[in-house]
Design a protein around this ligand. Structure first.
Ligand code: GTP
Ligand code: MG
Length: 437
């Protein structure tokens, strides 16, 4: 087994960089670099020297985590050095000179932690999401999973399924007829229905979890010159899109992400909707509608003076009608009291618009409690278990088949926490983790 190393802190230059070394020779590497005896779990200020030389690489902290009490479960040492490219480069070059010591691949520390039983897959996925979290909702969701929320839920499901399986197997052993569930076993049916419903609710909540993890999308559409680009710039507080009085300025779909009260939301600015001859503009409008169709919300933005109705292409899309350039219509409050109106020039109505967008997105979700399921891998495992239970719940099904469905459902739930034999699945999972994790 190789000893691996990587930078586990952010990109240099930075004040302090943390370099993690894990594997069988981590201890001897640390002793040779520092010339000191190792003290477990105590931060030691020490010199780090180039091997077989008195030349100093840097002076920093060393932390020694002997196996099994480390992140990976292996012998592990961390060096906290100054975060310059030169210091890290010199330290890496020195580490590479030790036999069987090499840079870690993406997710390799996590994979070793998983293989050594330190963390199950759900907790590692939670850890990955926590590291990648941009907004508070993402952080709250990820920390719940990282702390083992999904692991313990999956374990409870597994136990319930096995309990029902035991009852079904007893029924098979004692039943005279053997072709349908024994009459006094209506409680088996009840238990099957209950856990099926639990899976169903989990799948419904997962929609929110996936949204919080991956982000919501809001597309701004409207006629040319409606002020779509000015609105995007105001929302993001950046000069992302070109704003000009010339109709047809925006042609491509432009994207910008914001943190909307804790929700990750991507806003898209699009080409003004009109029938035109210009091929590029026609393509821009086509792309605008394609983007809107898969969006969580489309904003149809028009000036008060423009009565262009919501295009048919948006039928079936969640649309919020908004009036632009409210500053040009002094009496809009009296004349259009129910309209949502904004001005990117004066800021009128923009807070209200963001509130309306937030509520619109929230209303469509079953609950905004931090969800435990937020990855498509997890959703597909639970959906598979749910489908098996739907089969098991069918009337007149032989107990042997119910037992089969239950066994398969147990496997699906076990795979949720990572009892996965396939190396390919593990390869693809861990390669999505970053280097140093
Ligand atoms: N008075 C006023 N003018 C605005 C407002 N928002 C945008 N404008 C002006 O309206 C013109 C068009 O604005 P854009 O944001 O480029 O409009 P657009 O909808 O992106 O236009 P296209 O990209 O051509 O479809 C520019 O001259 C803006 O300065 C507003 O709130 N009030
Ligand atoms: Mg524009």
């Amino acid at each position: 087994m190789d000893t691996i190393f990587a930078l586990t802190s952010g990109a240099p230059p930075c004040a302090i960089a943390v370099v993690r070394v894990s594997g069988p020779s981590a201890g001897s590497v640390a002793e040779r670099l520092t010339g000191r005896a190792l003290i477990p779990r105590v931060a030691v200020l020490t010199n780090l020297k180039i091997i077989d030389s008195s030349e100093l690489i840097d002076r920093g902290l060393m932390l020694w985590f002997p196996s099994p009490n480390s992140f990976t479960g292996e012998d592990c040492v961390e060096f906290h050095v100054h975060g310059s490219r030169a210091v890290i480069g010199c330290l890496f070059e020195t580490l590479s000179k030790f036999p069987n010591c090499r840079p870690a691949a993406a997710g390799e520390f996590s994979r070793r932690a998983y293989v050594n039983g330190k963390l199950d897959l759900t907790r590692l996925e939670g850890l990955g999401d926590l590291i990648n979290s941009d907004t508070d909702a993402q952080r709250r969701q990820a920390i719940g999973v990282m702390m083992g929320g999904l692991k313990s839920t999956a374990e409870a499901w597994r136990v319930k399924l096995i309990d029902i399986l035991t009852l079904v197997e007893a029924d098979i052993d004692f039943s005279d007829e053997g072709d349908v569930l024994h009459e006094n076993n209506s409680d088996i049916r009840k238990l099957l229905e209950e856990i099926k419903e639990e899976f169903h609710q989990a799948i419904l909540r997962a929609r929110t979890g996936v949204k919080v993890r991956d982000g919501f999308s809001v597309v701004i559409l409207g006629p040319p010159n409606a002020g779509k680009s000015a609105l995007l710039n105001w929302i993001t507080q950046r000069e992302i899109a070109i704003v000009s009085p010339q109709p047809g300025t925006t042609r491509d779909v432009l994207e910008a992400n914001i943190d909307l009260k804790g929700l990750p939301v991507s806003f898209f600015d699009t080409a003004g909707v009109r029938d035109g001859e210009d091929l590029i503009e026609v393509e821009g409008v086509r792309r605008a509608f394609v983007r809107a169709k898969s969006a969580d919300l489309a904003i149809w933005l028009t000036e008060f003076s423009n009565d262009q109705r919501i295009p048919d292409e948006l039928i079936g899309t969640n649309v919020l009608e908004v009036r632009s350039k409210a500053d040009l219509c002094e009496n809009w409050h009296q004349e259009h009291p129910h309209d949502l109106a904004v001005s990117s020039h004066t800021g009128i109505g923009l807070r209200e618009l963001l509130d309306a967008i937030y509520h619109n997105l929230c209303e469509r979700e079953p609950s905004f409690e931090p969800a435990l399921i937020s990855r498509s891998r997890q959703v597909s495992q639970i959906s598979a278990a749910h489908r098996l239970l739907q089969c098991a719940c069918e009337a007149d099904i032989a107990p042997e088949l119910i037992a089969d469905d239950l066994r398969c459902a147990v496997r699906c739930i076990e795979e949720l926490s990572g009892k996965i034999d396939s190396e390919d699945v593990l390869d693809s999972l861990f390669s999505s983790f970053c280097i140093g994790k």
